[in-house]
Write a protein that binds this ligand. Sequence first.
Ligand code: FAD
Length: 474
Amino acid sequence: MQNKYQSPWFVEALQAEGEIKINKLNTNIITDICIVGGGYTGLWTALKIKEKDSSIDITIIEKDLCGSGASGRNGGCMIPQSTKFTAMKNIIGIKDAKKMVNATEDAVYNIRDYCLQNNIDAKIRMGGVVYGATNKSHKGAFENLLEDLKENQINSWERLSKEKIQTLTGSKKIIDGYYSPVGGSLQPALLIRGLKKTAEKKGIKIYEQSAVLSFKDKNNIVVKTKNGSVACQKLIFAINAWTPTFLPFLSRSVILVSSDMIISEPINNKLEDLRLNNGLVVLDSNLFTHYCRTTPDGRIMLGKGGNTFAFRNKVIASFDGPSTIEKFLEKSLVNFFPSLNNVKITKSWNGPSERTKTGFPFFGYHPSNSNISYGFGYSGNGVLTCYVGGEILSSMTLDEQNGWTESNFCKGPLELFPPEPFRWLGAMIIRNAVRRKEKLQEQEKRPWWIDKQLAKLAVSVGRVDLEKKENTNN
Ligand SMILES: Cc1cc2nc3c(=O)[nH]c(=O)nc-3n(C[C@H](O)[C@H](O)[C@H](O)COP(=O)(O)OP(=O)(O)OC[C@H]3O[C@@H](n4cnc5c(N)ncnc54)[C@H](O)[C@@H]3O)c2cc1C
């Protein structure tokens, strides 16, 4: 474990635990519900089920350590799904889209309260979220979205003047933008390791370093690891980026792409000067957004999605290493905050983010056995949405008839990507077009027509509804 490349969050969380006791599966066991995957989805699902019926026996099987996937290395930016409302509404209808927006906004407070009640110190700071325009073409990017949110009485965003947004973000690069108080940041690995500890206290059994190698989906369900097995009545796959490989019927439902991050040494004074010593999350309005936040111990972190695309959706080795675009991210940081030009970057890292074609997650049942369910596709927006995912998967597993199980979120993937090699080739062509387009826009130049058309194909896999009428630079 010690030699594996980890995010600084994960290193910090493991250090805080001191000696790590690993419970491996070395025998054959029987349980009511088996969950494969010890990230937010797996843990929240287990905790929700236990909350609903404490007599149910639940076992989680994790191939590495809980949190060694995306949950222990993400940016920790709590961003509700409100910025995807228009796309969701158009694809799945107003009722379900509103439900998701409300649930992910509530998740900000629910996660905070859960941590308080269970003594999890995930360093949560409720600083809100800003989407900023860094060039004229991004000005007013949320106007259509805001109209939609207002019409449906679920709007928490407000457009800020140039002066206000620059004061709030500490960045003169941002010339326009939107702020919502519903959001903030947390230390992602402390959250997942805290959830693991809480789950164990509540009697949920967790086996780590016990990869599931195969499973029998007919009649009695049995999950096999190298040295053991789990027989169960219900099985839940919460394995995120590994899903397309493990469940091939979902291989075209997502595209795996890196999100890359850097973090600085502590720079408390500089952050105070920028007035950024708070929990605010700052994002730009690029398709694959830059996202930025600070930490309570005075560091600044900046990330960006959309760099390394995995062929055949395999979780490739480079996802477990430093970022290949560290220098680019360093430049971006200084671009936002010129006063940070001599700041030391102490670490870079990355990880696979699974983007769906719709831009939001989906949940479903195994085609040959409805006692097996799965959920993923958070598209880079999982810190809050996995909490909701836990609610959804718990309802599905307990056969509850409710607003979630009856929603379009529980109908499996609604749209598919092309098969390989077209998927990867298409992704590269589109990624490069987006890069050229956004580079020219940064220079206040007109992007090529063809690049604008290609970029439109990728809008849904980005993080927000940035579709706006052409030439509305108001
Ligand atoms: C680099 C990065 C930055 C991100 N930043 C943000 C952000 O700032 N804000 C935000 O909202 N979202 C962010 N996200 C997305 C968010 O982190 C994810 O959506 C979320 O963590 C997904 O949780 P999960 O439990 O579904 O998956 P994971 O945390 O990936 O958990 C899946 C688990 O399954 C295990 N597993 C896989 N195969 C097997 C097997 N065969 N047997 C047993 N176990 C197995 C893995 O080891 C892993 O622990 C980011 C993602 C990445 C990669």
